[in-house]
Design a protein around this ligand. Structure first.
Ligand SMILES: Cc1cc2nc3c(=O)[nH]c(=O)nc-3n(C[C@H](O)[C@H](O)[C@H](O)COP(=O)(O)OP(=O)(O)OC[C@H]3O[C@@H](n4cnc5c(N)ncnc54)[C@H](O)[C@@H]3O)c2cc1C
Length: 478
């Protein structure tokens, strides 16, 4: 059996769940899950672009209960506790709980911590003093963050598709002009934004990362929301198109470090995506069982038919294995998240684990949601019951934060260029089968370049299989 509540899964894996985490879970179960359902049903949030006097305000119109639900997470410390406790684990524990009920709500928390972290690591003292306290606050005035990289021509190949240009005007201040096509958590008080330094050629090395406040120094809007996108899922986070028109922004780190900072932010969110994906798969399993235990066919509850019994067991195993992989990524990240370029070998090992986890857990979440829908039969596709939503939410998980193709290709690059498989092998060398990880890594390294890229998903899945075998022993998974 899988536990009925997300905290049960965390505890099963020996992860500390504090009293305050349980209180947060209780709130979700008692109240927020109903608000979340209503937000999903109503669909896309409304944008009020002007006030009655014709001034541009770009206000998001969600019901008041949405904001209560959203800020409950910040108050529980989903962002703040990481800075107080010096570990990202509370962010992922609370993220698992949140995503079990609504993976869309975990997005604002993820982009907020992905804004606070580069500011904390790379911002000047003056910038930190001005923007960090509210971003990591758990009471009083809490600010949200956002991470805006993708433009209309595509998100995978940022070096060629980012057309937003940043022109320096002195003292670390730049003027940005351009458009961001997928901008989640629009309305955020502060965002981190990728832009090309003016005069530099196309390519990832010309990108830098900037901190962009919602308001200019003179109090006017620093970014404009052109529209809010209607989406199949994750409707609890507003995703918009953003226009940057002479927007003021502050360079984070050095100009030439931009791509590293962008990837650092993505790494945190890829691990969040992994944790959220497993939470969704876990929820799908619980919903399927709840239905199957009461649905009657051929003389018994459908949960008691041998075929479904086996499938429940297979899916239970798959979800627990996916959890183990996601948590491995959390553990690995926790050891390296404060590193700056040039990174250690442990960082490259983490990257490989994160790519495996992002890829695999998202696949599991989609297959678990589809299966839960099938277990519900016709009820599964009806909008009035919970499982059709799970499939809509799940379909976003393999795409944002870098598509499945990118995870596979970047994971393989970490092996070829950084020998990341060696670190992975070292991590698990005391377990039977760890040698297989090294063998597959070496095979990948030695392959013809074209064949390696052509078969990247197959090769990567082989490596994931070998890693899951080891994780099964490590967590005594049956
Ligand atoms: C709901 C939602 C919210 C989002 N929020 C944000 C946000 O807040 N900030 C942000 O920056 N982005 C955001 N994104 C964008 C997201 O990161 C991109 O969708 C993603 O990176 C993929 O980019 P793309 O959609 O432009 O696809 P493309 O990059 O155009 O790719 C199209 C297809 O080609 C494949 N492909 C590309 N290159 C290769 C290759 N070398 N080999 C094989 N296949 C390849 C891709 O895997 C994909 O299947 C959001 C996306 C969604 C769906």
């Amino acid at each position: 059996m899988l536990p009925e509540r997300p905290s049960g899964m965390l505890k099963d894996f020996g992860i500390e769940v504090k009293e305050e985490d349980l209180k947060y879970e209780e709130e979700w179960d008692r109240r927020w899950k109903y608000i979340s359902e209503a937000v999903d049903r109503v669909g896309t949030v409304q944008l009020r672009m002007f006030d009655r006097w014709g001034n541009r305000i770009d206000e998001l119109l969600y019901p008041p209960e949405y904001w209560e639900m959203l800020y409950a997470g910040y108050r529980a410390g989903v962002v703040g506790r990481a800075f107080k406790e010096g570990s990202l684990k509370p962010f992922y524990v609370l993220g698992y709980i949140t995503s079990f009920y609504d993976p869309g709500v975990y997005c604002p928390y993820t982009v907020s911590i992905s804004t606070a972290l580069p500011l904390y690591k790379y911002g000047s003292e003056e910038l930190k003093e001005k923007y960090l306290p509210n971003l990591i606050a758990t009471e009083g005035e809490i600010w949200q963050g956002a991470t805006w990289m993708t433009e209309a021509r595509g998100g995978s190949d940022l070096g060629n598709t980012v057309e937003t240009v940043a022109a320096p005007i002195g003292d670390g201040l730049y003027i940005l002009n351009g458009e961001k096509y997928f901008a989640s958590n629009v309305g955020a008080e502060v965002a981190v934004v990728a832009a090309r330094i003016k005069g530099k050629p196309k390519g990832v090395r010309s990108l830098a990362l900037f901190l962009l406040p919602k308001y200019r120094r003179d109090g006017s809007l620093n970014y404009l929301v052109r529209r809010i996108k209607p989406k199949i899922g994750t409707r609890s986070v507003p995703t918009g198109e953003v226009e940057l028109r002479d927007s003021e922004a502050y360079l984070l780190g050095r100009e030439e470090w931009g791509i590293y900072l962008i990837l650092e932010a993505l790494n945190v969110s890829r691990v969040a995506n992994s944790v959220g994906s497993v939470a969704l798969a876990h929820r799908a399993w619980v919903e399927a069982l709840t239905f199957a235990r009461k649905r009657w066919a051929f003389g018994k509850y459908i949960s008691e038919h041998p075929l479904l019994r086996r499938q429940f067991e297979d899916m239970r195993r798959e979800v627990r294995e996916a959890f183990a992989l996601a948590w491995e990524a959390v553990e690995a990240l926790d050891g390296v998240y404060l590193e700056k370029p040039r990174y250690s070998q442990a960082y490259h090992t983490f990257r490989l684990i994160a790519h495996m986890a992002k890829y695999w857990t998202a696949e599991v979440s989609v297959s678990a949601a589809k299966w839960a829908m099938e277990v519900h039969g016709g009820m599964g596709v009806l909008e009035e019951y919970p499982v059709e939503r799970l499939l809509r939410e799940a379909m976003i998980l393999p795409i944002w934060e870098g598509t499945a193709h990118r995870q596979v290709l970047d994971g393989i690059e970490a092996i070829v260029k950084k020998d990341a498989h060696i670190g992975l092998y070292e991590r698990f060398k005391d377990y039977a089968g760890a040698e297989e990880i090294r063998r597959i890594g070496e095979e990948i390294k030695g392959m013809d370049e074209y064949v390696r890229e052509r078969d990247a998903d197959l090769l990567f899945t082989g490596l994931i299989d070998a890693t899951l075998k080891v994780l099964r022993q490590r967590y005594s998974l049956t």
